[in-house]
Design a protein around this ligand. Structure first.
Ligand code: SAM
Ligand code: SF4
Length: 328
């Protein structure tokens, strides 16, 4: 086993696999209303190619957890089979999804061995949901969450992004809803990864602000357990057992504890969400590289990981790929 180590002593164990850059929502902080120029099919890894690379990561490079994401991973036709084949490698599998269509697939995903799921949901008001995602689909997300629970997927985590002037007044409402339904809610600071380059440091809702807003309605106390490589700062709500997480990706970066590496839907290795370089495993794979060659390329790609994302640096440049094409 060769560890995916970098120059700063970090070792990647957690592989994020983007299965598609396409999506059936248009969250304003992620992509424009008209969508993006999607990857052509011939540039997207096939199911067998994805599974081959995951197998190399697990068998040779020490990856112990695989999270499928996108774009929207549920729109990938081969998802259930890819999950099953990954589960058979003996690693933890999880999915980040907007939950559209989850009501139909949750049971099959669980049966294929999916361990956990994160659902993105920024508002439980239909009109605000529509305003953010540009689609009137809140009921489908709620149905998807219920189906995930019925299928035995646990814990059920919800990720929310707060946008100033849109849903930043709904933090407590969302938390109360999540507590009422026993979902684990985590707020994520908005990051400069939208295709439209509309992010602004001055406008983003900070972790401190989220804490303050929730503090007006709930008593938050630090949750005891060590955080490790989990980016969420966890708080007990009103003494527990309910909790809430705040992921301060921008204002309190956790790059020093990062154990992630990303594989895009077109077969590029990215050692960071904000990386400016990629390593093209698809070209290598399609020109006959052996598993050893591919593993070696992956190790080299990881070694070049930077110490931090540098969003607050003068020299910060947003990566060319938007979040939906990297895999969040
Ligand atoms: N479509 C799936 C979903 O929404 O869960 C998976 C992909 S999405 C890119 C993964 C996560 O990234 C979602 O929780 C979404 O809210 C988050 N996200 C997207 N753009 C973001 C941004 N600019 N800043 C922070 N989080 C973002
Ligand atoms: Fe789609 Fe997820 Fe981006 Fe929303 S955040 S547009 S659901 S990829």
């Amino acid at each position: 086993m060769i560890p995916l180590a970098d120059r700063f002593g970090r070792v990647a164990k957690d592989l994020r696999v983007s299965l598609t850059d396409r999506c059936n929502l248009r969250c304003s902080y992620c992509m424009p209303a008209e969508g993006l120029d999607w990857l052509p099919d011939d540039q997207t890894l096939t199911d067998d190619e994805v599974v081959r690379l995951i197998t190399i990561a697990v068998r040779r490079l020490g990856i112990t957890e695989v999270r499928f994401t996108g774009g929207e991973p549920l729109v990938r036709r081969g998802l259930v089979d890819i999950v099953r084949r990954t589960h058979e490698l003996g690693v933890e599998t999880s999915l980040t999804t907007n939950a559209l269509g989850l009501a139909r697939t949750a049971a099959a995903l669980r049966e294929a061995g999916l361990d956990r799921i994160n659902v993105s949901l920024d508002s439980v008001r239909p009109e605000t949901f529509h305003e953010i995602t540009r689609r009137d689909r809140l009921a489908d997300v709620v149905a998807g969450l219920e189906a995930a629970r019925a299928a035995g997927l646990s814990p059920l985590k919800i990720n929310a992004v707060l946008l100033r002037g849109t849903n930043d007044d709904q933090a407590s409402e969302l938390l109360q809803w999540a507590l009422d339904h026993s979902y684990d809610l985590r707020f994520i600071e908005q990051m400069p990864l939208d295709a439209q380059h509309g992010w602004s440091r001055a406008e983003m809702v900070t972790a401190d602000e989220i804490f303050e807003r929730l503090g007006a309605d709930f008593t938050l106390t630090p949750h005891g357990e060590a955080r490790g490589s989990d980016p969420a700062e966890l708080f007990d709500v009103d003494g527990g057992p309910g909790t809430v997480g705040i992921i301060a990706s921008v204002t309190r970066p956790f790059c020093g504890d990062c154990d992630r590496v990303r594989l895009t839907a077109d077969g590029q290795i990215r050692n960071c969400l904000f990386a400016r370089e990629e390593s093209d495993l698809r070209a290598a794979l399609r020109s006959g590289a052996t598993d050893d060659d591919l593993a070696d390329r992956w190790v080299v790609a990881m070694a070049g990981k930077r110490a931090g994302h540098g969003i607050d640096d003068e020299s910060f440049l947003q990566p060319d790929r938007p979040m939906s094409a990297i895999g969040g």
